[in-house]
Design a protein around this ligand. Structure first.
Ligand code: XMP
Length: 326
């Protein structure tokens, strides 16, 4: 049987063989797969690797810092952060339909990705280097799901590279292609990827953009970020991270209710807590969180986030409810 050490050695060999002395780029998402894939490639070819991280402004509190400091600095990996939050906010302006929001975010993501690649390629050729390789954190289940076989898992990357000039073709480096999630986590730990990233719960690509019910604005994002950070902090403190698959925190931005806070009447927004237990996200049940934990989260959110005067618990399983509200 394979130990994590063996897998790492084998993959490092393979990456070195594939890449030689060429330069490599990787897009980080902040999630487990791309972080571990980049760490493996970095172990193999060091500074031949440049990563980029697109901040779409729909991230949770501290996520960008986690990638930049906890991950990049401690591991010595070059990461270029590209702040595209204005671009995404502009694209989302006036949109309330969930599918339209998703489409706008997806479209801007591909454009940002292409711009970032172009810039890195220009810089690299200015330095006399050429980038030929693109790292992807494709896992074995991704390969199977997209039909298996060579090229099948490249749908995503084709999509991403699709808008580039014809002569910019990348060869993919996919060091996790034969692995399952738990193996990827074990390898990540062995490589020193911070626990916060390795153990991260699922988080949707469109980020907080699909957790604001209504139009996405900067102020609403700030409100949701603050509430979400409190919920996550209290759940972690209570030792519940393992038990919960994930816990979306949702802002009902178009709903208002009357409250009383401090000396006065308020007319604020509700926050929904959506803790779920699941094996694979296909089905889910709502997690029976301890009342005292729920009480702490509710007290803190309504005390610390002034726009929120009510916290409600979603007690719907999937089906019929999906995990996310949009
Ligand atoms: P639903 O809401 O469909 O979510 O029950 C199932 C799982 O998928 C995640 N999710 C997404 N992930 N892009 C993603 O990368 C998306 O648009 C998206 N929508 C939902 C969700 O967080 C849950 O883990």
């Amino acid at each position: 049987s394979w130990s994590t050490g063996n897998i790492i050695e084998e993959q490092v060999e393979k990456i070195r063989e594939q890449v030689g002395s060429a330069r490599v780029i990787c897009a980080l998402s902040g999630g487990v797969d791309s972080s571990v894939a980049a760490a493996l490639v970095h172990k193999a070819v060091g500074d031949q690797l440049t990563c980029f991280f697109i901040d779409h402004g729909l991230l949770r509190q501290g996520e960008r810092e986690q990638v930049e400091n906890d991950y990049a600095s401690t591991m010595g990996i070059k990461v270029v952060t590209i702040d595209e939050s204005e671009r995404f906010l502009t694209a989302l302006s006036g949109l309330t339909d969930p599918e339209e929001k998703r489409k706008a975010i997806g479209r801007e993501f591909i454009r940002s990705f292409e711009d970032a690649q172009r810039k890195l390629i220009e810089e690299a050729s200015g330095e006399g280097g050429e980038i030929k390789f693109l790292v992807q954190g494709t896992l074995y289940p991704d390969v199977v799901e997209s039909g298996g076989g060579e090229g099948a898992a490249n749908i995503k990357s084709h999509h991403n590279v699709g808008g580039l000039p014809e002569d910019m073709t990348f060869e993919l480096v996919e060091p996790l292609r034969t692995l399952f999630k738990d193996e990827v986590r074990a390898i990540g730990r062995e490589l020193g990827v911070p626990e916060k990233i390795v153990a991260r719960q699922p988080f949707p690509g469109p980020g907080l953009g699909i957790r604001i019910i209504g139009e996405v604005t900067f102020d609403r994002l700030e409100t949701l970020r603050a509430a979400d950070a409190i919920a996550r902090e209290e759940l972690t403190k209570a030792g519940l991270d393992e038990e919960i698959w994930q816990c979306p925190v949702v802002l009902l931005a178009d709903v208002r209710s009357v409250g009383v806070q401090g000396d006065g009447r308020t007319y604020g927004h509700p926050i929904v807590l959506r803790p779920v237990s699941s094996e694979d996200a296909m089905t889910a049940d709502w997690t029976r969180l301890p009342y005292d934990v729920l009480a702490r989260i509710s007290n803190r959110i309504t005390n610390e986030v002034s726009e929120v005067n009510r916290v409600v618990l979603d007690v719907t399983s999937k089906p019929p409810g999906t995990i996310e509200w949009e």
